[in-house]
Design a protein around this ligand. Structure first.
Ligand SMILES: *[C@@H]1O[C@H](CO)[C@@H](O)[C@H](O)[C@H]1NC(C)=O
Ligand SMILES: *[C@@H]1O[C@H](CO)[C@@H](O)[C@H](O)[C@H]1NC(C)=O
Ligand SMILES: *[C@@H]1O[C@H](CO)[C@@H](O)[C@H](O)[C@H]1NC(C)=O
Ligand SMILES: *[C@@H]1O[C@H](CO)[C@@H](O)[C@H](O)[C@H]1NC(C)=O
Ligand SMILES: *[C@@H]1O[C@H](CO)[C@@H](O)[C@H](O)[C@H]1NC(C)=O
Length: 321
């Protein structure tokens, strides 16, 4: 079969990887891993049926903001990409002057399918610090998100290679918990940790549900906006992931939860033991997605997240803010 779509190429690799990964797995290191298959608490992908000809899946995530000085952001972000300060201030009018919002994106990728081809992908986790609101095309308007470094489950060669194909610096990592977005601690907090298997990199989160969501300085709209910005690493290609916030997976009982907690990290751009924060704010939410891989970044000019059916920033009954 001729594989015209890069996504299909990736999924073809998947099949090979899946079979070898299956053989390589021993009796499992965790009760969550049974017969080589991760048993996750995540709900199933609700989009596979509606979008059989697209790659779809679920991202169950903790999304949090780490404010850094703008001049530090300017040093970290490649100089050719402007920072669209007006764009984030439109969403965050009270954000401290002279600061820039880095987004911590810690997620479990679940039930990924390419239904029409009968292709499914093993779950995996991924985490990294991302730089939103970047003027990749120099039009002074279209926001793009730079995700230069990721820790990805070592068990998913497809995800590791799929991300590297964007020019991302990827570390194979092990995760706690193995098959979920986070686990509950006895103190009521949630826990998530990624540890690189090839370097001293790690990211660790312990988050508590905010008793009063109004204490969260970051509105849901900020996270909807950032997570729907096209992503790039070395800017050769862009990833268009359409995250839907208005399905049953992210509303009602599963509405986004505001959280506050502590984060420790040793990975780009936060290296060294000083990278510990005790008052990080964000949300936990699971969203289904449609992913269009390896697009020409130029073609995303003017993109505002309106990805056709399933417009991700449609007004919802927003019960968290
Ligand atoms: C997201 O993950 C948490 C932790 O495993 C789980 O409790 C929750 O039900 C998941 N949300 C969805 C919508 O699957
Ligand atoms: C589904 O994939 C097709 C082909 O790549 C693409 O043209 C279309 O925009 C995708 N659908 C959505 C909703 O992104
Ligand atoms: C970006 O990364 C891809 C994948 O590693 C590589 O093929 C491409 O040459 C890189 N482009 C630049 C400009 O570094
Ligand atoms: C994101 O925010 C910018 C700036 O406020 C706005 O122009 C854009 O339409 C928003 N996009 C989405 C998907 O909400
Ligand atoms: C989500 O929004 C899109 C329109 O942007 C709509 O077609 C779809 O029905 C909505 N889904 C739900 C569950 O409300």
């Amino acid at each position: 079969m001729a594989l015209r779509h890069p996504v299909l190429q990736i999924f073809a690799v998947v099949l090979l990887v899946l079979s070898s990964a299956f053989l390589n797995r021993g009796s499992g290191t965790s009760v969550e891993v049974q017969a080589g298959v991760c048993v996750s608490h995540d709900r199933p992908n609700p989009l596979a049926e509606t979008f059989p000809n697209n790659a779809t899946g679920v991202l169950n995530a903790t999304l949090a903001i780490i404010p850094i000085p703008l001049d530090m952001a300017r040093r970290l972000i490649p100089p050719q990409y402007g920072i669209l300060e007006k764009a984030y201030r439109a969403l965050l009018p009270d954000f401290p002057a002279g600061m820039y919002p880095v987004m911590l994106h810690a997620a479990h990728d679940h039930d990924i399918q390419f239904r029409a081809y009968g292709i499914t992908l093993d779950d995996f986790s991924r985490v990294g610090f991302e730089f939103p609101f970047l003027d990749l095309l120099g039009d002074g308007h279209s926001s793009f998100r730079w995700a230069p470094v990721q820790l990805i489950s070592a068990t998913s060669s497809v995800a590791l290679e799929g991300s590297r194909a964007y020019g991302t610096i990827v570390s194979p990592a092990e995760y706690e918990p193995v098959c979920d977005a986070y686990r509950a601690l006895p103190n009521g907090a949630t826990y998530f940790k990624a540890t690189s298997l090839s370097s001293p990199e790690f990211i660790e989160l312990e988050m508590l549900r905010l008793r009063r969501p109004t204490l969260n300085p970051y509105p849901l709209d900020l996270f909807k906006n950032i997570t729907n910005q096209p992503t790039f690493a070395n800017a050769t290609k862009c990833d268009n992931m359409i995250r839907l916030f208005n399905t049953s997976m992210s509303t009602g009982d599963f509405a986004p939860v505001s959280v506050q907690g502590r984060v420790s990290a040793n990975t780009f751009p936060f290296h060294g033991s000083g990278s510990r924060w005790t008052d990080v704010y964000g949300i936990q939410v699971a969203t289904p997605f449609i992913e269009n891989n390896y697009l020409d970044c130029q073609d995303m000019k003017g993109y505002e997240g309106t990805g056709g059916p399933g417009d991700s920033f449609i007004q919802t009954t927003n019960d968290i803010m």
